[in-house]
Design a protein around this ligand. Structure first.
Ligand code: FES
Length: 265
């Protein structure tokens, strides 16, 4: 007689209880550590680190676009009064809003920081009564598309500042910093191009692509964005970690701790 299939019972409801035998806690632990380290580093660099954010022709990506009156004149886009605060706080508000409302990051920090739940089939601490994102403040996650529009503007300025990283006192050149800042911009672009809201914006908001204006072009763009979207989590992590590395590199050059190898033509 054939044996009956084994059916797993649902996870116990108390926090951390589970029937899983794998190391389910590895992923939330690593995720939480990365978010806390990268977020903490970025916050400290932005609030207290303006002095070492400029190493012409390199500008820390946290300070791009440079909008404060205290910005280095070589990078200043506008002299908006910042009342003694770091000019990067303006940019941070956009980037922080964009990343925290990102569909991928929501999953990451709901699991790793809120433990809601920490992993599939693992008990969570908040009990019953799931209401999704229908209440304040989680209802604000719906603003993601508006943060996307602002992030597109920030990205355009980031590429402008990246292009300037190839100009050494009026001469064309390339340094290790130029390459690092370019890689940073590529990763952030890949992250943004795979954004669910961006994909919807360029090709997903019509019921009939064949009947809409630029329908064929939109389908093509949507397919390309879908490629980026399939790896959205990887772009998200790579761009988060690398933007900190790029900032650190500019600081090390600005402080004279390291010498930037460069070729000037
Ligand atoms: Fe992740 Fe928009 S969904 S950036």
């Amino acid at each position: 007689m054939a044996s009956l299939p084994v059916v797993q019972a649902p996870a116990p409801e108390s926090f951390g209880k589970t029937l899983r035998r794998d190391r389910w806690w590895t992923s939330p632990l690593l995720t939480a550590a990365t978010l806390i380290i990268a977020g903490g580093y970025a916050t400290l660099a932005i609030i207290f680190g303006e002095g070492a954010a400029y190493a012409p022709p390199y500008l820390s990506p946290f300070f791009s676009p440079c909008l404060g009156e205290s910005c280095h004149p070589e990078f200043r886009i506008a002299s908006i009064p910042t009342f003694g605060l770091s000019p990067a706080l303006l940019v941070m508000a956009v980037v922080f809003g964009f990343r925290t409302t990102c569909y991928y990051y929501r999953k990451a920090y709901y699991r790793s920081l809120f433990m809601d739940p920490p992993a599939c089939a693992v008990g969570e601490p908040w009990g019953k009564g799931y209401r999704g994102e229908t209440f304040f403040p989680l209802v604000l996650q719906n603003f993601h598309r508006y943060f996307l529009y602002l992030a597109l503007i920030v990205l355009a300025f980031l590429w402008y500042d990246t292009a300037k990283a190839f100009e050494f006192e009026g001469r064309l050149g390339v340094g290790l910093g130029s390459i690092i800042l370019t890689v940073n911009s590529v990763l952030l672009t890949g992250y943004l191009l795979g954004c669910h809201s961006f994909r919807h914006l360029i090709g997903g908001s019509v019921d009939c692509t064949g009947c809409s204006r630029f329908g064929k072009a939109r389908v093509g763009a949507w397919k390309k964005a879908s490629w980026f979207n399939a790896f959205h989590g990887s772009w998200a992590w790579a761009s988060l970690v690398f933007v900190c590395i790029a900032d650190l590199y500019v600081r090390l050059v600005a402080s004279g701790a390291i010498h930037d190898p460069r070729l000037v033509f």
